[in-house]
Ligand binder design. Structure first.
Ligand code: PGA
Length: 259
């Protein structure tokens, strides 16, 4: 059997910021600065996933720049106090959403099945969706990271016809989020190669075009090295996405040398 060498297809990189529960109207100037800074790097897809309260204003502040949500409910509408639906995101001008971030898996006890349902609903509404997966410190320590994350991916992926075309996956080790710790380049490569194979198993050839983002303490200083790993097709960036001076250099690092 030929050993997997990495995706033969070079995918356009995708760098998405995740502001989490940060940002009010006064931060719209940063959204604008990020959109303007990223505009010079048109070979990279760039987006900001913002608090729901900022989405519509951000779309107006940065026309043409992709703005997304950080979560949404799997139901179309109904008695779900405090939740927002896919059509509400679309109505605000969002073009994408994150689902299954580890902070929601942990704090809101979201299951793989629920995340799959959210992804299906997002796709049906015409949104791009970033499905997050990642292992805890103890799972990595026990040598179970690849098996655990691959299983998590298998049960979180949307299964509807054509879903792959609107999908990205973010591999985010929980212990690397907001900690300044990053897995070794070898460990990132091993995980992304395993996830690529699961995507091909799930979607056939279309699985080769699904972008696999790395997330967890990505910064300007480590981005280029991470982006050079086979099957790393971009990044999901938390803390370093809050300021244009930190985020735009990550977009620059994702821009191909000849782009
Ligand atoms: P971080 O967060 O970049 O602050 O580590 C990443 C994320 O949680 O998406």
């Amino acid at each position: 059997m030929v050993k997997y060498q990495g995706n033969m297809m070079s995918l356009r990189k995708f760098v998405a910021g995740n502001w989490k529960m940060n940002g009010t109207g006064e931060n719209l100037a940063e959204v604008r600065a990020i959109a303007e800074g990223a505009a010079g790097y048109s070979s990279v897809d760039c987006a900001l996933c913002l608090p729901a309260t900022l989405i519509e204003r951000a779309v107006r502040a940065a026309p043409g720049f992709a703005i997304g949500g950080q979560d949404m409910h799997q139901a179309a509408s109904g008695a779900h106090t405090g939740s927002i639906s896919a059509s509400m995101l679309v109505d605000c001008g969002a073009t994408l959403t994150i689902v299954g971030h580890s902070e929601r898996r942990e704090e809101q006890h979201e299951s793989d099945a629920q995340i799959r349902a959210k992804a299906e609903t997002a796709i049906a509404a015409g949104l791009q969706v970033i499905v997050c997966v990642g292992e805890s410190d103890s799972v990595r320590g026990a040598g179970q990271a690849v098996a655990t994350v691959a299983a998590q991916l298998d049960s979180s992926l949307p299964q509807s016809e054509g879903a792959a075309a609107q999908l990205a996956v973010a591999y985010e080790p929980i212990w690397a989020i907001g900690t300044g710790k990053v897995p070794s380049i070898g460990d990132i490569g091993e995980m992304h190669a395993a996830l690529r194979q699961r995507l091909i198993r799930a979607y056939g050839e279309a699985g080769r075009s699904v972008r696999i983002l790395y997330g967890g303490s990505v910064k300007a200083a480590n981005a280029a090295e991470i982006f050079a790993v086979p099957d790393v097709d971009g990044a999901l960036v938390g803390g370093a996405s809050l300021k244009a001076v930190e985020f735009v250099p990550i977009v620059v690092a994702a821009n191909p040398a000849d782009g």
